[in-house]
Every structure is written in C-alpha cells, then in structure tokens.
Design a binder for this molecule. Structure first.
Ligand code: OOG
Ligand code: NI
Length: 466
C-alpha cells in the first residue's frame, strides 16, 4: 500500500457504510421501477409493527440481539449473470461494499440451468450494520443442448458490458488504495447501481428471444438483455402467514405454497413466498435495425421470514423431513407439518441437541454474581443460574430447494425436471476467481466469539460451546 493511501485511511468510507447506502439506493430504484414492491414494503412494515406489539417476548428477544434495528433495512435481491467474467467482476464490485460470496447452490438438479452463491457481509458486526444480501446466479450455457444456439448465446453475452467504465475504475481504485473516499463512494454507488437497472430494450431479435425462451425462459432472461436487472428485492417479515393473508386481501396473488419449513413457535432457517412475475413491455432489435414490441416477465415480488441458523446436524434433519414431505406428493402442507413434529420446537432443545447456533450474552444477574464471586464456571451451569442467556443466530443464507421453487414459480411451467446431477463448485469458484465461504463455519465463529466475549466479561478463562 502506498504512503499516500495509508495517509488517506481516515478519510475512507467504511465498506459497511457503502453497503447501507447502496442497499438504500437499490431499494429506491426498485420502488420506482416496480410500484408493487413499495406496496409490499408498506404491508410488511405494518405486519412487523403488529407482531412486535402483540408479542412482547419476541420484541424483547429482537431487542437483545439487535435485530430490531436492522429489521427495516433487511432485504435481499437476486441477479442472474451470463458469463464467468461478469461473475468475477461482480465479486470485486460487492467486495467494495463488504459483501463476500457465501455458500454454493446447485439448481441444475431442480431443472434451473444455473449455479449460485450469495454475496453478503460475513461478520456479525457488519451484518448488524446492514444484512443486505444478493443471491447471484451464473447461467450454465453448457446445459443448452443445441450447439448452434449455445454458440449464439455465448457470442451475444460476450458482446455486452454490464459494468460502466467508471464503476470498473472505482473498483480498481478501491482495490489499489484500500478504500474509497466520500465523493468516490457516492459515485461508486451511483455507477454500480447502473448494472442492476431494468432495460426495456433487448439486445436480440424477437426470433432469437423466442428460441432462447424455448430452451428455457431463464436463458432468455439472461441472454436477451443488456444487464442483470435485479429481479426481486425481498423484505424480511416477522410473520409471513399474516403478510400472505394481507396480500390476498389486497388482491395480490402469492404462489400457493410457502417454501421452507412449516410455521413454528421457534422459526428456523427461512420461509419464503413470492408473487407472479410482471409482464413488462420490451423492445426487440431486429437484424435490419427495426424495432418490434414484445413482452417479458422477469421481475417479481417476494417476502421472507427468517429463523434460527441450523448446525450441520440440524440441517441434515431439516433436509430429511423436507424430503419426506416432498416425496409424499399430495396434501403437501399437512404432510410437511406432520413431518416436522420431529423437529424440536423450543430453543432449549434446539441448543442442547446442537441443532441450531446461538449467541450468548451476560445478564445483569451474571455481572452481580461475578461481583459476589459466585459464578459457576461451565456454560450449562451459567445458563441454568440465569447468569448467561442466549438467542439463536439468525439464518443469513438461502435454501436451494426453496430457491428452485421460487425460480420455477416465476418461470411458468415450461421448465424441465432436471439437468441431472451436475453440481460443479470447482468450476463456479474458478469463474468467480475465489472460493466461497462455508456458511456453517461463519455461524460457528460468531457463536464462539460470543462465548469468548462472555468469558472475558465474567473473567473466566474459557467458555466452550458444544
Ligand atoms: C433467484 C431465486 C432464489 C431466493 O430467495 O431463494 C431466491 C432468482 O430467481 O434469480 O431469490
Ligand atoms: Ni429471493
């Protein structure tokens, strides 16, 4: 790092702050582009307010974890990229705002020709500042069977530039200098936003759009447009069933089934529902330069309710129960509820059976006991005495089966069942230019840091989880 850069460090805008501002700008952009999103935000805000008023315990818990402050900021978006170079550059763009690739999702086995990761903050302090996430998929052109069409799609993608030249310059500047100053950060946000904007004008002819669409609607969505328009922006609700009911009352039609686990007293992972994609007018550009009008549906609404992050053991149980319910086929929801009777639904059991990750806090009683020299030394005894308390860590990631359900419900039923098992994390990481973070390791680290902090506050040598 140059001397000049080091001297400027004070002036740099923190990546967390760039992310807060970018997420706000993205929300404003999407509200202007898709008014239904604004309506959704209003509904979710109302429902969340009610949930907090009606459930004092929930309000208290969210206060303790700090989730209450981040709730109104909390949302995720999704984009679909066309080629490796785009994925590698988007990684560098997100890094400027403190977002890193977490997890690998193979959706080809569910008939969607993409694989994906989620860009998000990875430290609990940064997540608290802004939990903004972007589910980012890369199209797998190799799954197009027709070689001529595959070539054509590849050459269309090769010719497009989804980043503004100035955005690239600012990414490079940030990488070289180590940060961005106020004016640069503001410009970066403006320039980066351009990548996610909707473009009414397609890059292909109506005939090519049709051909791509017949291969897979998603292929047309990626290949035929100028950039990876953000296709939804999802607010977090505290009560997804109430929002679903509210949507119906307002005449907005959600998909039939809420993805994820059934409703529970102690929410786990992620429950999501979405609303049909809009039909949007587009303009195709014919080979002779003529324009023809058409329509495309890409962008939709989605809401989600987040619960506890599960350990590998908890996740294995979740996957097994979900799979059982899906195998059963008919009467999905009652079967799902029956299956999940096996999943403990109180936080004490989730913790004791090591099914979920937790964050630990020293209570006022704990500090008083320390002052009296009456502290127990192991975790269970401290919890039993009320000297420590704990709250589940919120799940910050996504679920592949849910994601496939969301993709499919917005692609119509023209999709296919499967491309066979072709998960390929190595190729994805090569294209990305980096390894993805292991989400379970991140939760485990957060849990461990909270224990270390408790130990320090209580003057204990060590507190071990698990
Ligand atoms: C992404 C679908 C997945 C989620 O919340 O699981 C997703 C897409 O349609 O591009 O957003
Ligand atoms: Ni989503």
């Amino acid at each position: 790092m140059s001397v000049h850069a080091a001297a400027n460090r004070e002036a740099w805008v923190h990546p967390d702050e760039i992310r807060v501002q970018f997420s706000r700008a993205m929300s404003a952009l999407y509200k202007a582009e898709v008014p239904l999103y604004g309506e959704l935000l209003a509904l979710v805000g109302q429902v969340n307010q009610q949930a907090l008023e009606q459930d004092a315990e929930l309000a208290e818990r969210l206060q303790l974890t700090g989730e209450i402050q981040r709730l109104d900021l909390e949302r995720h978006g999704a984009i679909r990229l066309g080629c490796a170079a785009e994925l590698a550059t988007i990684r560098r763009l997100f890094a400027v705002m403190g977002m890193f690739p977490v997890g690998y999702y193979d959706l080809s086995c569910a008939g969607v020709p993409v694989h994906s990761t989620a860009f998000r903050a990875i430290h609990e302090g940064s997540l608290q500042h802004s939990p903004f996430r972007v589910f980012t998929s890369l199209l797998r052109l190799e799954l197009i069977e027709n070689p001529a069409l595959r070539e054509l799609a590849a050459s269309v993608l090769e010719g497009r530039r989804i980043f503004t030249p100035r955005a690239i310059e600012l990414i490079e500047r940030c990488e070289q200098a180590g940060g961005l100053e106020q004016a640069e950060a503001a410009e970066f946000i403006e320039q980066a936003l351009e990548t996610f904007r909707w473009h009414r004008e397609a890059t292909v002819s109506a005939a090519l759009y049709q051909q791509l669409s017949e291969q897979h609607r998603l292929i047309a969505d990626v290949v035929a447009f100028k950039g990876p328009h953000i296709n939804h922006l999802t607010p977090r609700t505290l009560d997804i069933d109430a929002v679903q009911a509210g949507m119906l009352r307002r005449g907005i039609d959600p998909k039939a089934i809420i993805e994820g686990p059934p409703a529970r007293r102690c929410p786990i992972l992620l429950r999501q529902t979405s609303f049909k994609a809009l039909h949007e007018p587009v303009v195709f550009v014919e080979d002779n330069g003529d324009r023809t009008l058409g329509s495309h549906s890409a962008r939709f609404g989605e809401i989600e309710q987040r619960g506890a992050a599960l350990t590998a053991k908890g996740r294995a149980l979740y996957d097994r129960l979900l799979d059982n319910a899906r195998q059963a086929g008919e009467a999905y929801v009652p079967v799902l509820i029956a299956q999940f009777a096996e999943f403990p639904d109180d936080y004490a059991s989730l913790r004791r059976q090591q099914l979920a990750y937790f964050r630990y806090f020293v209570s006022p009683a704990g500090l008083a006991a320390k002052a009296r020299g009456e502290l127990a030394s192991d975790l269970e005894a401290l919890l039993a005495a009320g000297h420590l308390c704990c709250e589940p860590l919120v799940y910050e990631d996504f679920l592949p089966v849910s994601a496939a359900g969301i993709f499919q419900s917005n692609l119509g039923d023209a999709g296919r069942n499967s491309y066979g098992h072709s998960a390929n994390q190595d190729v994805f990481e090569r294209d990305l230019g980096a390894a993805v973070y292991d989400e379970l390791a991140l939760y485990a680290e957060t849990q461990q840091r909270s224990l270390a902090q408790c130990a320090e506050q209580l003057g204990l040598a060590e507190l071990l989880g698990d």
